[in-house]
Design a protein around this ligand. Structure first.
Ligand SMILES: [Zn+2]
Length: 168
């Protein structure tokens, strides 16, 4: 098995760019502790190899043989960090809702985000309105999973939202 995925538990498979080109460059995220594995790997095409300033401390490498579309991120971070990363990258800028100060308050955030997006989808027309409806649908699942205490599943739903938001 490829060294990137062997023996590690992937917590999220994300698409953070709307690009269908096969990636040729691999960037790796920071390590939590020296000598440990990176928190994430991002796959990028030549045109986008410098296009993810919000993904910090990345180091470029040649692609390691995985054939994945540009914008794919293999994310190994624990659920709370995944949720925080969604807030930092797109959720807060899109909805104005700030992430919780304390762990475990994610239902309130996702509920507010859902209300904001729902209201915006109701007043949007055409392609943007349809795309927002799709985001609202995925966000409603994230909200419900958070209400049931399943933050891992909520993070999965947020990754769907993240992919859709690229096309807004
Ligand atoms: Zn690309």
């Amino acid at each position: 098995m490829n060294r990137l995925i062997a023996g590690r538990e992937l917590t999220a498979l994300r698409t953070v760019l709307d690009c269908s080109t096969t990636a040729t460059t691999l960037r790796q995220g920071p390590t939590a502790l020296p000598g440990t594995d990176p928190a994430w790997f991002a796959f990028l095409c030549p045109a986008h190899s410098e296009d993810l300033p919000a993904w910090p401390a990345a180091v470029s490498h040649a692609d390691d043989g995985l054939s994945l579309p540009c914008g794919t991120v293999l994310d190994y971070r624990p659920t709370e960090q995944l949720l925080q990363s969604h807030a930092d990258l797109w959720l807060t800028s899109l909805t104005g809702v700030e992430p919780p100060a304390l762990n475990g308050a994610w239902f309130g955030v996702l509920d507010q985000a859902y209300q904001v997006l729902h209201a915006r989808a109701e007043t949007s027309v055409g392609g943007e309105g349809e795309m927002l409806q799709s985001v609202v649908t995925a966000m409603s699942m994230a909200r419900r999973n958070a209400a049931e205490g399943n933050l891992f599943q909520a993070a999965y739903n947020l990754a769907m939202c993240e992919t859709l938001v690229q096309r807004l």
